[in-house]
Design a protein around this ligand. Sequence first.
Ligand code: GDP
Length: 456
Amino acid sequence: SVTVKPRLKALGQQLEEWAHRGLDQHLRVGITGLSGAGKTAFITALVHQLLNAERDHLPMWEVLAQGRWLGAQRARQPDLTLAPFDYDAAMSCLLAESPSWPPSTRGISEIRLALRYRPGRGLRRQFKESVTLYLDLVDYPGEWLLDLPMLAQDYDQWSEQAWARLTHPTWRQSSEAWCEKVRGLSSSDDADVARCAEHYGQLLGQLRQQGATLLQPGRALLPGELAGTPVLAFFPLPPECDNEALRALMTERFDAYCEQVVKPFYRHHFARFDRQVVLVDCLTPLNQGRAPVEQMGMALKGVLDSFRYGPGSLLRRLFKPQIDKLLFAATKADHVSVDQHPNLLKLTQSLMGDAQRQIRFAGGEVETMVLSAVRASEQGQVDDGRGPIPVIRGHRLDGQPLMRFPGEVPGALPPAEFWQGQGFDFVPLAPPKGTLPLPHMRMDHLLQWLLGDKLR
Ligand code: GDP
């Protein structure tokens, strides 16, 4: 019995340790949105709020309000092959003497935090005083999700659609020169094709600037580590093109792209997300006009397709995704006065259309929210003699002070006349100077929605 006792004790310890380890949890959250939507700013702000969580600053976050929050720490990231999300560099941009916004997302990256809290009830409470939730945030371009429909197409189908989009009157002026070049391609010479592919990437970038969002392949815009590789060297051909060798080459690369780029992204990353935040910037397309807003709506529906995986759908058959909560967050809400937030929410929902309802039907929990990751303005009122009107105060990107009535946000896609009349004019704001923790709008609501049930 002398030898048995310590062994039993050791076994007991081990069991307890296992039990504890079993109680620790993991949550993998994907953060996406089209380029410029605000992913980098959002992830930086989210990590910052978690590392510096203060009750008064995040009043709606329960675990904090209930005094059960113990703190957050950076932890070593689990995937050694993914680029780390550069939080420190992003924070030093925001905290600089003249603050600037951190550089935007170009590819996929990841950051892990260990969140410690005291359980509020249940088994966990009895077992242990504190529990750790490992939170992985994975940043990736929303453009990559727009490639999903390509998996259900062959090259000829894709090419026909993509060509029709390029030659649509809205974009024809920009795309004409490139289309002429492709019409003139007489061979399938590697150098000619590579040049055309490079110009195609540039054309997509240019169309993106003009507000086009349905641009494929997504990696031609944001190639990440694939820049300049042959797997990206394909593009649509005019339907009348009878250059068989060229068509065969395009088909081969299109297939390789689907198999070696799109599918691995869904398999290795998308299928492992437990939750997903999609950031939506409605304000920039509103500045640009009706076509960009419509494009944005279409792109948003395209993005939604990746989350509509009913039984038998392509996604479910191929990758078995497991996302249980999906949030669409209308970002940069600090650009408009608070009384416009309900309309901003309505506009986002109306752009998503029916798709939102269909996701709900498929069993996932979907939410839309208006927020500002980093609040760069103060709300105020001025009286011009006819009564008070809401204004925002902040600084322009060049540092000049700014005070303005930012205008009314429509609750749905407005008619074309709207842009001929008053239109919209949201001015980009410089990050706030010298206030810590960083000011925000509704990041506490977001934390409650994203983590509340995991921190009970
Ligand atoms: P990404 O391409 O999705 O990574 O987008 P970024 O995070 O780089 O954001 C693009 C730009 O949007 C930034 O440079 C800022 O000008 C602006 N922005 C993003 N988030 C906010 C915000 O919360 N408030 C304000 N005022 N501007 C923001």
